[in-house]
Design a protein around this ligand. Structure first.
Ligand code: PLP
Length: 385
């Protein structure tokens, strides 16, 4: 009997998980690998969830999520200026990943093409291929700040192009797409009639005065954009699995029907905690300030290592560092760094071919551990020279 279907046969464990599995068998490892805030969810948010639990808010919620949270997203989130109808244009999901997978499940027809930046967080490719579309990689480079160039996007469009994925601030590069590039992408989307899926899960982690506007806010873009966001990075709530999508009512309606049939709703008390989180943006600012300090110190330490360079990452909590001058490819560099110095970084090629020669350093660790990890990385680089 053939137990496993063809659709799942190409699903694989990502290189990030593989690094963690290897590190788990070692002692004294410092992880600069994980894409998750290291701090616990702010206590008042946990208390809001505890109150909800004690008040018996422990039932299934509406499939699209509790009206209170959808309203809070429409009025208080980073897309409040787009003017979403909380009844029909917002759905609460199992994290940002739940939102992404529901969007893919309702828009993709087999054979469609979805444009995805290279390098890019790889779950997009896995999801797109799982639903039967082809992932078309849009190459980027450090010279252009790892921004997708509109002319490159245009050259990759075909009659099968269904959507373009944007992720700003970006994982793995930490780069924030400029307003000019967003405007040019919006023009392309209107001219060639494709959807834009914009993953904005890092958009409260911005540094050096950088601002990040959603492409959905640009003229005539609301009707062809699906915004994906989440409470994971915004409020250190990765384990709560609360995210959302905002977009055209027809898409949100189908996503809600999928959610109804496949997983009912997102975690109920987590949704109440998320309402509290949106009502208290000062808590997100406290988290941002912690990352701001770490980022500053990490960049100083990177600058101090001869042969390492990196494009200034003005968002998220990643630095994407060029290690090509050390004579090892990025996988070998990370493997040996782990084996010889007990530091986890992620090889850039895990995010696509354009990440070759880079490593992703996540500053989701204490300042003390960042200092120690960078000391070890510096020693490793000196030994390679
Ligand atoms: N989008 C990007 C770009 C991410 O890096 C991640 C997680 O690392 C997610 C979405 C998923 O976040 P969530 O925990 O909300 O599912």
């Amino acid at each position: 009997m053939k137990m496993i279907n063809d659709r799942t046969k190409d699903l694989k464990q990502g290189a990030i998980r593989a690094m963690f599995d290897k590190a788990a068998k070692m002692e004294g490892v410092i992880s600069m690998g994980i894409g998750e805030p290291d701090m616990a969810t702010p206590q008042p948010v946990c208390e809001a969830a505890a109150r909800a639990m004690m008040e018996g808010k422990t039932h299934y919620t509406p499939n699209a999520g509790i009206p209170e949270l959808r309203k809070a997203i429409a009025e208080l989130s980073t897309v409040k200026d787009v003017g979403y109808d909380p009844q029909t244009e917002i759905i609460i999901t199992n994290g940002g990943m739940g939102a992404l997978s529901l969007v893919m499940s309702v828009i993709i027809d087999p054979g469609d093409e979805i444009l995805i930046q290279d390098p890019q967080w790889l779950n997009y490719v896995q999801q797109v291929e799982y639903y039967g579309a082809k992932a078309v990689r849009v190459p980027t480079d450090a010279e252009h700040g790892f921004e997708m160039q509109p002319e490159v996007i245009e050259s990759l469009l075909t009659p099968k192009t269904k959507a373009l994925m944007i992720n700003t601030p970006n994982n793995p590069t930490g780069c924030v797409t400029s307003p000019e590039t967003l405007a040019a992408i919006a023009d392309l989307a209107k001219k060639h009639d494709f959807l834009v899926i914009t993953d904005e899960v890092y958009n409260t982690l911005l540094f050096e005065g950088t601002s990040s506007k959603s492409i959905a806010e640009l003229p005539d873009m609301k009707e062809r954009t699906v915004v994906v966001n989440s409470f994971s990075k915004f409020m250190a709530m990765c384990g709560w699995r609360i995210g959302y999508a905002a977009g055209p009512a027809a898409i949100v309606d189908k996503m809600t029907k999928c959610q109804e049939n496949f997983n009912a709703c997102a975690n109920a008390v987590g949704q109440w905690a998320a309402v509290y989180a949106l009502e208290h943006p000062e808590l997100a600012e406290e988290l941002r300030l912690i990352f701001e300090k770490r980022r500053e110190r990490l960049l100083e330490l990177i600058d101090g290592i001869d042969g390492m360079t990196c494009v200034r990452p003005n968002g998220a909590f990643y630095a994407f560092v060029d290690i090509s001058s050390f004579g090892l490819d990025d996988k070998e560099f990370c493997n040996r760094l782990l084996e010889e110095k007990r530091v986890v970084c992620i090889p850039g090629s895990a995010f696509g071919d354009c990440g070759k020669g880079y490593i992703r350093i996540a500053y989701t660790n204490s300042l003390e551990n960042i200092e120690e990890a960078m000391k070890r990385i510096s020693e490793f680089c000196s030994e390679l020279r």
